[in-house]
Design a protein around this ligand. Sequence first.
Ligand SMILES: Cc1cc2nc3c(=O)[nH]c(=O)nc-3n(C[C@H](O)[C@H](O)[C@H](O)COP(=O)(O)OP(=O)(O)OC[C@H]3O[C@@H](n4cnc5c(N)ncnc54)[C@H](O)[C@@H]3O)c2cc1C
Length: 526
Amino acid sequence: MSDAVHSANVDIPRVDAVIVGGGHNGLAAAAYLAREGLSVLVLERQEHLGGATVSALAFPGVDAKLSRYSYLVSLLPQQIIDDLGLDIELVRRRYASYTPLPGSDTGLLVDHGDAATSAASFAAVGGEPDAAAWSEFYERTARLAGAIWPTMTEPLPRRSEIREAVADEETVRDFLERPLGEVLERTFENDLVRGVALTDALISTYADAHDSDLQQNICFLYHVIGGATGDWDVPVGGMGRVSAEFARVAGEAGARTRTGAEVIDVRDGEVTWREDGREHRVRADHVLWAAAPAVLDRIRGLDPEPVEGAQVKVNMLLDRLPELRDGVDPEAAFGGTFHINESYSQLQHAYREAQNGRFPEPLPAEIYCHSLSDPSILGQALQASGAQTLTVFALHVPHRLIAGTDAERGELQQRVFDSLSSVLAESIEDVILRDADGNLCVETKTTLDLQDTLEMTAGSIFHGPLSWPFAEDDEPLDSPARRWGVESRHEGILLAGAGSRRGGGVSALGGYHAARAVLESRRNER
Ligand SMILES: Cc1cc2nc3c(=O)[nH]c(=O)nc-3n(C[C@H](O)[C@H](O)[C@H](O)COP(=O)(O)OP(=O)(O)OC[C@H]3O[C@@H](n4cnc5c(N)ncnc54)[C@H](O)[C@@H]3O)c2cc1C
């Protein structure tokens, strides 16, 4: 490939494929295409690759590499890891989750490794009958996972094919056809137990459990099918390690990447980008859009489809894990996903609060401690001192409520602290480390921050509303782009990122599916 960077008004160079966006999906597409001998150019607007799959030294003078945005991996198929030879280690967490019962000194501990402890814990929160119901409920989601997960690296199946593979009409109805709230309320008696199950439906998905558009069901489904088990694992070395591996294999296969390169137009197979204050252009047989689809709509003058994220992410570094009010071992409580103020009624209340234009009080949130499963993200001295990282993902803070002032960010951060401290025996602020400048080691990312830094439209972490991982029975699947679920609203441009049909999350599926569609269309042309 000749040097693709030319200013306008000179001969326009050409490559086989241009990929817009150097997140992990763009890099996955680049790797797959370059390995097949295509000349590939990846254009990334930021000064570094990785998008939302990055680690960062977030605090001055502190040797801790935090997964700044995404933090757990479930949806990345082993097939992609094997195909590309990615050197990625994922660690399974011993505990599934811990959820303090609001206003009490007890909580629900779901322990993968100890059924008796889990059963006792259900009883302690007043949910004894729900222990058996819990197992049955997740046997049903495992049935869905077993039917759907193997199709994720294949062209889109039809709804009827999934129905047949699940082979259980009741499960199909409860999870794929009726609002999730119905099956949760029918299956579980206990408010806390219902809430723990509902949280998977609300990650960056602003919904009521009974919404008829079933966005909450779709979100839930993606949270229980990964790897056919629904486990969410810790990437050793942090998320930066994951995208670095995609960048490595893409580079080794011959793909070229340019950072600080913002694409400002795509038209008739020509891609224009701005870099170092100048405009550059390249012609490509294939244009793959691995950034948010709404950005593509904007630069091509099309009204974007509605999209909205609804979360606040807070990263912090602690000098030690805090003690809990209920005396549960902090290593167990923080060893899985720690739900705070996420009972079913609290989640529904929070949604109503936000619908009425208010930040929820208390803020429902889930917490995750990376360093318990993988201390390697901390320098030696921090490891030896007992320091731990903490990531908080707070729900039901829709982008429509965000004004973007510093005071507002401070208010949201304080609400996260208050929510967290409500279940602790001490205030969270008392155990947060300070950086070299004497400031608390805390960073807070609103939906607006995600939009500004990553061009994630309205802070939607999936680049838009999620879609079912199958096609409807009457849907035309008459082109490679449609068969692989990567068709965009723009002729000749394929979606290759989270905004593609099955692309949300750290899965590399958007990039993989787009690459497969490109290769299929080239074969068809021959
Ligand atoms: C706070 C947060 C927490 C999350 N937690 C998890 C989690 O734990 N597990 C999980 O599976 N998923 C999680 N996600 C979702 C997941 O991170 C994303 O869905 C996924 O990383 C998207 O990858 P991508 O490569 O498609 O896009 P991105 O990572 O968004 O990358 C797109 C890239 O395109 C670039 N770009 C945008 N516009 C242009 C342009 N005009 N020209 C050139 N480049 C452009 C952007 O700068 C960006 O680097 C989380 C996301 C966030 C934000």
